[in-house]
Each structure stands twice: as structure tokens, then as C-alpha cells.
Design a protein around this ligand. Structure first.
Ligand SMILES: O=C(O)C(=O)C[C@]1(C(=O)O)C=C[C@@H](O)C=C1
Length: 285
């Protein structure tokens, strides 16, 4: 049976690459211009699954994905794809020999941030402009050859949009990976892939009681004495006023019947509110 997988498009983004490697051939891939548009389509049942970037090893969380998941579209994370990220500098073929004169560098904000050192030294005069994705930036220069722009994107984008790669592997650190989330309205959904599983995870959103001293310490204790291994803890603003935060916590195992529910009950007894954003396996490309 064929199913529809939405992704942050257009064609040849890193998200698209992750989708093509992760899903079996009979999946139909549907591009969306923004992360919220892709997530809305999954929530409304126009597609079966949404794949969006979640976190990059050099740049940290993709805040738009986390905030939209928490505040707007409560989809469940049902899988994770970890992909290596190689950024290249490319231009319209007519500018191959004059790329160092580029006036602007266009790409996704995360992609530009991953290449700051390179851009700072090689294109010191260029202004940065942000696109909805690396693929959208590549498509833009194909359609606007008259503009003197260089783009940061992947090899597939250079092929798809007929651009010339002028510098390869321009990301500042070699260990560059991005986590992509597979989202569905219902947690209990089965997904099949040939990729290798690297770990299991459960992601929780925790809101602390206001003005309670030592609350974060108590939260961490609930995990620590149960020997639940945490691989991430991060705070994000609640958007209800300065000083109000929620925490995103990744636990290195799937939801069980004893330990994680026990920790959650303990946190609720302390006055925290706890929401499960997903319990899933992570696969590597
Ligand atoms: O723009 C793309 O190609 C994306 O898939 C988005 C995205 C991101 O949001 O981090 C994904 C991977 C790279 O880290 C750069 C950009």
C-alpha cells in the first residue's frame, strides 16, 4: 500500500534526502515550503507522515519544529532519522569563475551557521540572507541567474537545480549530523525502514511549578535514582512572559510500564506538568 510522506521541501533539501533513504520505495514524497505547513498537513490527514528537522549537532535545536509541536500541532514523534550533513558552496554556472565576488549568501539559517568560519574568511563582504530551506535557496538562484548570489546546500541540490559546486564540505566541523523527526497524529503507528537502528528514545516536555526552589534538581533526581539515562535537556521559553520556561528531555529508552511512568508520576506529584512528545527508535543513514 502506498502512503504519503510530507517533508520540508522543495526537492533536494536535507530533509528530502533523509526521506528518500528512510522510506521504502512505494512511499509518495510530498514537499512543503515550511515546517508548519508540513506539520499542519499531517495533523489534518492530508499526508500520512511528516518529516521535519529537529536538531543539528553544530547548531542545536530547530526551534520552529519544537515550538510548533509544543504550542500549535500536538503530533507525536514516532521515529527519528540521523543523517550526516555535508554543506557545499554553489553558484549559477555563469558565475563559476567569479564566485568570490558574490554579494549575498543565501541558505537556511542553520546551514549558514554551520559554515560561519568558512564564510567569514572566504566571502567576508557578502551579506547573509535566509531561506526556508537549503533547497529553496538553490531553486531561487536557478530561477534568478541575474542575481550575484552564492548558496549553501547539498550535492543533490546542485544536481537538481543545475548549479556549480565551487567549494566542497564547507561546514566548520566534521562531525555534522542532523536529527529529523517522523511525526504522526497517533503515537501507536508502525513504520518500516531498512536503515540501522541506533537507539530508542522517549521525549518529554516538562513544565516546572513557578518559583519553587530546587525544582529542576528534583526533576533530575526522579530520573537519576531510576538510572534513566538522559541524552538531552534543553529549556525553551513558554511564550507567556520573561522567565517562564519549559524543558525538553530525551530519555535513552522507549516508554516502559514502570520506570518512565513512575518518574512522570513523581514529577506530577511535585507540581510539574509532563507531556510525552514521543517514544520511538532512532535510525542512522
Ligand atoms: O534546509 C534543508 O535542507 C533542511 O532540510 C533543513 C535543515 C535544518 O533545519 O537544520 C536540515 C539540515 C541542515 O542542518 C540544514 C538545514
Amino acid at each position: 500500500m502506498s502512503y504519503k510522506v510530507g517533508y520540508l521541501g522543495p526537492a533536494a533539501t536535507f530533509t528530502h534526502l533523509a526521506v528518500t533513504k528512510f522510506f521504502e520505495e512505494h512511499a509518495e514524497h510530498v514537499p512543503f515550503l515550511t515546517i508548519p505547513q508540513c506539520m499542519d498537513a499531517a495533523a489534518e490527514g492530508r499526508i500520512d507522515l511528516a518529516v521535519v528537522p529537529l536538531e543539528n549537532a553544530l547548531e542545536g535545536s530547530v526551534n520552529l519544529t519544537i515550538d510548533y509541536l509544543v504550542h500549535e500541532q500536538p503530533l507525536s514523534i514516532i521515529g527519528e532519522i540521523v543523517a550526516p550533513i555535508q554543506q557545499h558552496l554553489m553558484v549559477h554556472p555563469s558565475r563559476e569563475d567569479s564566485w568570490e565576488d558574490a554579494e549575498r549568501v543565501y541558505s537556511h539559517s542553520h546551514a549558514i551557521a554551520q559554515c560561519h568560519k568558512f564564510l567569514h574568511h572566504q566571502l567576508p563582504k557578502a551579506k547573509y540572507e535566509y531561506a526556508t530551506s537549503t533547497g529553496a535557496a538553490a531553486k531561487y538562484i536557478q530561477e534568478h541567474p541575474e542575481e550575484n548570489i552564492a548558496v549553501v546546500a547539498n550535492e543533490l541540490a546542485a544536481e537538481e537545480y543545475n548549479l556549480k559546486i565551487v567549494r566542497k564540505n564547507i561546514h566548520d566541523y566534521t562531525h555534522n549530523h542532523t536529527r529529523f523527526a517522523v511525526l504522526h497524529p497517533n503515537q501507536h503507528t508502525y513504520i518500516k525502514t531498512k536503515l540501522k537502528k541506533i537507539t530508542d528514545r522517549t521525549t518529554l516536555m516538562i513544565t516546572l511549578p513557578s518559583d519553587q526552589s530546587g525544582a529542576l534538581h528534583q526533576v533530575l533526581s526522579a530520573f537519576s535514582w531510576r538510572k534513566l539515562n538522559l541524552s538531552k535537556i534543553e529549556s525553551r521559553p513558554m511564550k507567556t512572559g520573561l522567565g517562564n520556561y519549559f524543558f525538553i528531555i530525551d530519555i535513552d529508552m522507549k516508554m516502559d510500564e514502570v520506570l518512565i511512568p513512575g518518574a512522570m508520576a513523581e514529577l506530577e506529584a511535585l507540581g510539574c506538568s509532563v507531556r510525552t512528545l514521543g517514544t520511538y527508535s532512532a535510525y542512522s543513514i
